[in-house]
Design a protein around this ligand. Structure first.
Ligand code: FE2
Ligand code: FE2
Length: 357
């Protein structure tokens, strides 16, 4: 693709600046004025990576999807190689200005076997049973963030949950206890959700507590999935932090959204999550543009993993972005991602690692 064409495309796609998504639901006049929404501040946020290995081998997943017809196939119609499946989930601990700490769960992974293993490792199962976790946020209903819903619900069926309104019909059925496991790697849930369900849409910003809000972005993704819930935090004296599952709307869209819509929105402090850039470790000139774009926001701490692309994280660090390093903890887990295992640069926050903003 010619660079000029690519730049034209940026305005229309989710990978880049995505101007329309960034403005959100505010009127154009209000967006121009900027800085209208003020949802308070928190003292700190700690994000613990329960699991970022959604699958263990890129090539195997790529082959499964290709065999089923490619990336626009319905995700419930792909036969996945079961031993390749892991899942994505993070524990988010939010310290309010008065020192009170609340725990939240972001996503519920894919393989129930893997999620049982990592939940036990980090004591998430007991936290759920003891109702120490306030809310479950499902970022989006993609395979690796949602198919493992039973692994959370079996410990706390009545957990309060935020769920994207754009989720597929089958994903709503799965919440109620459907079984799609006749297709390999597809989910079943024998524990129907009984708690409060907040189905999100683009109409408003969902304030979770002082200094923490959820914004739904209606962005396209692969396998017929659409829309993503994103967590925003405002850290006192530091600035905004985003926490994402896959970041399908694009990190530039999220940063621009804060800048245009939130009070002091040009103060960005950091981010955690999959950043959905070089997902299959391919390189495209637009990824250099994302490095330059993120750099212009002057973030202080970038914690990335999952679908960010190891190649992007390494190049971003070389270009001067503050990539927080992980440890080798993930190597002690019963399964290790083939890519992570082959790398020594630790530019990913891996399974068992944490970052505090
Ligand atoms: Fe993902
Ligand atoms: Fe995703």
């Amino acid at each position: 693709m010619k660079r000029r064409d690519f730049l034209k495309g940026l305005a229309a796609t989710s990978g880049g600046v995505a101007l329309s998504g960034a403005v959100g639901t505010l009127s154009k006049a209000r967006a121009r004025k900027g800085g209208q929404e003020d949802f308070g501040e928190v003292k700190s946020v700690k994000v613990h990576c329960i699991s970022e290995t959604s699958w263990f081998d890129n090539a195997t997943l790529g082959k499964d999807i290709k065999q089923a017809g490619g990336i626009n196939t319905n995700q419930y119609e792909v036969a996945y190689t079961e031993e390749n499946l892991g899942g994505y989930a993070a524990l988010v601990e939010v310290e309010a200005l008065d020192g009170t700490v609340k725990k939240y769960l972001l996503d519920s992974g894919w393989s129930n076997d893997w999620m049982d293993y990592v939940f036990e490792k980090d004591g998430i199962d007991r936290m759920l049973q003891n109702k120490e976790i306030d809310t479950l946020f499902i970022s989006h209903d993609h395979i690796d963030h949602f198919f493992g819903i039973e692994s959370t619900l079996k410990h706390q069926p009545d957990i309060k949950m935020y769920f994207p309104g754009t989720a597929m019909k089958k994903s709503f059925e799965l919440l109620k206890g459907a079984d799609f496991s006749a297709t390999p790697g597809c989910p079943k849930n024998s524990v129907p959700h009984k708690g409060e369900l907040i189905v999100t849409n683009t109409d408003k910003l969902y304030k979770i507590q002082d200094g923490m809000a959820l914004k739904f972005f209606d962005a396209p993704a692969t396998l017929q999935v659409r829309g993503e819930n994103v967590l925003y935090f405002k850290i006192k004296d530091k600035g905004y932090v985003t926490v994402t599952g896959c970041c399908h709307p694009g990190i530039m869209t999220l940063l621009n959204h804060a800048r245009r819509n939130f009070k002091d929105g040009n103060r960005n402090y950091g981010c955690y999550g999959g950043l959905h850039i070089a997902v299959f470790e391919n390189w495209d000139p637009k990824f250099d543009d994302i490095i330059r774009g993120v750099k212009s926001f002057n973030m202080q701490r970038i914690g990335c993993n999952h679908c960010t692309g190891w190649i992007w994280a390494e190049k971003a660090e070389k270009a001067g972005l503050p990539i927080i390093h992980g440890t080798d903890k993930h190597e002690s887990y019963k399964k290790v991602g083939t890519l992570a295992h082959s790398k020594t640069s630790n530019v990913y926050l891996g399974n068992g690692d944490s970052v505090t903003f």
